[in-house]
Write a protein that binds this ligand. Sequence first.
Ligand SMILES: *Cc1c(COP(=O)(O)O)cnc(C)c1O
Length: 421
Amino acid sequence: MTLKERDKKHIWHPLTQHKLHPEAIAITKAKDCVLYDEDGNEYIDAIASWYTCMYGHCNEYITSKVAKQMQQLDQVVFSGFTHEPAVKLSEELIKILPDNQNKIFFSDNGSTSVEIGIKMALQYHSNKGNKRNVLIAFEDGFHGDTFGAMSVSGLSVYNGPFEEFFITVERIPTPNGKNHQEILNRLKEITNTQKVAGFVYEPLVQGAAAMKMHDSDGLEAILSYCKNNSIITIADEVMTGFGKTGTYFASDQISIKPDVICMSKALTGGLLPMAITSCTQAIYEAFYSDDIGKGLFHAHTYSANPIACTSALASVELLQSENIQNNIKKIIASHKTFGDRIKEHPKVKSIRQTGVIFALDLNIEMERYGNLRDKLLNFFMDNGVFLRPLGQTIYIQAPYTIIQKQLNKVYDVIEKVLNII
Ligand SMILES: *Cc1c(COP(=O)(O)O)cnc(C)c1O
C-alpha cells in the first residue's frame, strides 16, 4: 500500500473536510526549497510550508546544531530549571526585537503564543486592581485555533460553532488609508462604554485574510490611541516575524511599539514547533509580587524545549547573516519586477507586496469557477509548484534561500494560470 492509502485509515487532517478532500499528497523528503512525493514528483515549496522553513528545508546549519544539542540535553522541566539554549535564545532575541521588549515567555505554537498574550493583557489589569474584560481586534484577523485566539480572530468560517463560548471582542476595520477617522470614532465608542484590556492585531500583513496589507499610518494611530488609554497592544507576528516584511519584525516599521509580541512559524526555521510571547518590563512588573496569585500561571510541558531553542538560535543567527539579508533584498526586487510585469494583465485585479510577501487578486467572477481554490492548487501542483491560494488570492512566501531559477518557475506557473482561467 502507498503512504497515501495508509494515511486514509487512521489520520484526521487539520483544516480538512475529508469528504471533499479524501487524498493527501505523501511527501517523503524535503531539501532546500523542494518537496519530493512518494510518486517521484517534485514541488517548489513557494509558501515555505506555511512560512516556517524560511532557510530552506533540512537546512544543514540548523540540523547540525540540533544534532549536537540532542546529545547534550533533550528536555527538562522549565519551571524551576533553566538551560543554555533558552538563556542564549532570550539574549539573541532581545537584540533583534523592538527596543521596548525585555522578557521572553516560551510556548509551543502560534495559537498559544496569542493565548498567553491575551492572558498577559487581562491579568495585567486585574493585577493592578482594575479588571478589564473586553478585547479589540481587526474584523478579518486570524490568530489561531485555541479559544482565546479564536475569540480574537474575525474570520468566522473557522469559528462558527464555537462563537457563543468566546471572550468578548469588539471589532474595528483594518486601516486602508482613508478610514482613519472612522476607526478612531469606533475606538472612542468602544472605550466609552466598555473596559478594554487589550488590542490584538497582525501588523501590516494579515495572513489568513489572504495576505491583506494595511496602512501603517492608520495602524500607528490605533496604537497611539491604545497607549493613551492603557490598552495593552499585542502584535501577533506569528506570520510576519523574522524578516518576512523586509525588517526583522513588522513592528519595526511602526514607530509605536507593541507591549506584547507573539512569534512562532519561522522562529525555529521549520524544524521544530515552538512559540514565544515577548513583553515589556512594565508588563512583567505587573506580575512581580509577593502574592503568588499575581504570577502568570501558564505552562506547557514542552516550554523552551532545549532542542527547539537550539533550532531557533541557529535560525535567528541565519536571519542576521549577510547571505540571508542579501537574499531577502533580491527576492523583494524580483517580486517587484514580476508584479510590474503582470499588474496590467486583464485577469489581475490588483497586486500587493510587503517584503518577501507577494500577493495578487484575480479579476474573475468566483461563481463561474466552482471550487476555484482546488482548481488553482491542482494546476500549480501538476506544474511542480506548491502554492496554496486563498479565495481569489494567489500569494508567494518562499524560503529566503530560493534561487532565481526557482522563483522564475513560480512566476511562470502563475502567469500560465492567468492565461488559462
Ligand atoms: C499561523 C498563525 C497563528 C496560529 O499559529 P499555530 O502555530 O498554527 O497555532 C496565529 N497567528 C497568525 C498571524 C498566524 O499566521
